[in-house]
Write a protein that binds this ligand. Structure first.
Ligand SMILES: Nc1ncnc2c1ncn2[C@@H]1O[C@H](COP(=O)(O)OP(=O)(O)O)[C@@H](O)[C@H]1O
Ligand SMILES: [Mg+2]
Length: 299
């Protein structure tokens, strides 16, 4: 599509997202630098069949997953409209994280010298969850937990693992929908839909995996990691005390008195956190639990 770049919506360690306008409609354009050899290799390969054949390469994986998940759900993921690789003059801003990670910095410097980009055009989200988290009331927090746990469930039950669910990859979007159907329940949105974005690290047994990836996906527990990481990094903001507490809860260990005390300052109670941690393998149970809390609040 032909478009005009209007503004920057956000930037991460590998991509920058722009607000674009095309035929009086607005979209998000996610632009990421790629290597020349990737450009040459992919130039004629970006058809649907070729994407299936090339899932050993990360650029294909991200598009494959986005297209696949849109056939199942559009509420909790980005909607992909178009993708393209081309020459570009764009320079990705350097983040602190990249600056402090030698391997990432090396790749960043090499990519900065490259003249090629992968562009993906998607729907626009309103912002990262962090920006509104403290303005949400408790029912809205419950709805957030339900929606994101459900989004991970949709990935996991289709054999995909996000592996990068930190708080700048979780977005909100205002909605006029009052409720959405999740596991047959009418979950109130309280005005917001929440989604997982950024599928650059998404992995699946559907992909052609390297030996080490096959080992990692078989022996590791990415399902578990995705769901716990969301609780830690989004709900508890990677608070060191909470990482330890959550670890104890997962292992059903008793908490010290001072560890119980810190829940006083958090909106999610000890009981809710414990329930979540003990049922990571059963997202439906977690969702039903928080739905019940919403209903109790309404009474
Ligand atoms: N669809 C979108 N609508 C609005 N902002 C977005 C959208 N997609 C990404 N962003 C913004 O751009 C940032 C970087 O995009 P992301 O896909 O996460 O790339 P990176 O791999 O660099 O983290 C996000 O953290 C977010 O702030
Ligand atoms: Mg990101």
């Amino acid at each position: 599509m032909k478009y005009e770049i209007k503004n920057i919506l956000g930037s991460g360690s590998s991509a920058t997202t722009f607000l674009i306008k095309s035929k009086n409609k607005y979209y998000a354009l996610r632009r990421q630098k790629i290597f020349k050899n990737e450009f040459i290799e992919f130039k004629d390969n970006f058809t649907h069949d070729k994407i299936l054949e090339n899932t050993d390469k990360s650029l294909y994986r991200l598009i494959y997953f986005n297209k696949f998940i849109n056939t199942i759900n559009k509420n909790h993921f980005t909607i992909i409209y178009e993708y393209n690789i081309d020459k570009c003059k764009f320079i990705q801003p350097l983040t602190d994280w990249v600056q402090n990670n030698p391997n990432a910095l090396k790749k960043y410097n090499e990519l900065t010298d490259s003249k090629y980009c992968l562009d993906i055009i998607t729907d626009i989200k309103d912002g990262i969850i962090n920006d509104i988290l403290y303005s949400l009331n408790i029912e809205q927090v419950y709805s957030l937990i339900i929606q994101i746990v459900f989004a991970f469930h949709l990935m996991h039950s289709n054999g995909f693992y996000h592996r990068d669910g930190h708080s700048t990859n979780l977005m909100y979007k205002k909605t006029s929908l009052k409720t959405i159907k999740i596991f047959g329940m009418n979950i109130p949105t309280f005005g917001y839909l929440y989604s997982l974005i950024d599928y650059g690290d998404t992995i699946s047994t559907k992909f052609k995996l390297s030996h080490s990836e096959m080992v990692a996906i078989t022996y590791g527990n990415y399902k578990y990691e995705d769901i716990i990481r969301f609780l830690n990094e989004c709900i508890f903001h990677s608070d060191k005390i909470f990482i330890k507490i959550i670890n104890k809860l997962i292992n059903n260990e008793k908490l010290e008195f001072y560890e119980l005390e810190v829940f006083k300052y958090k909106r999610i109670t000890f009981e809710d956190t414990k329930y979540y941690c003990l049922n990571i393998n059963d997202p439906k149970k977690i969702i039903k639990y928080f739905y019940k809390l919403i209903k109790l609040k309404k009474k």
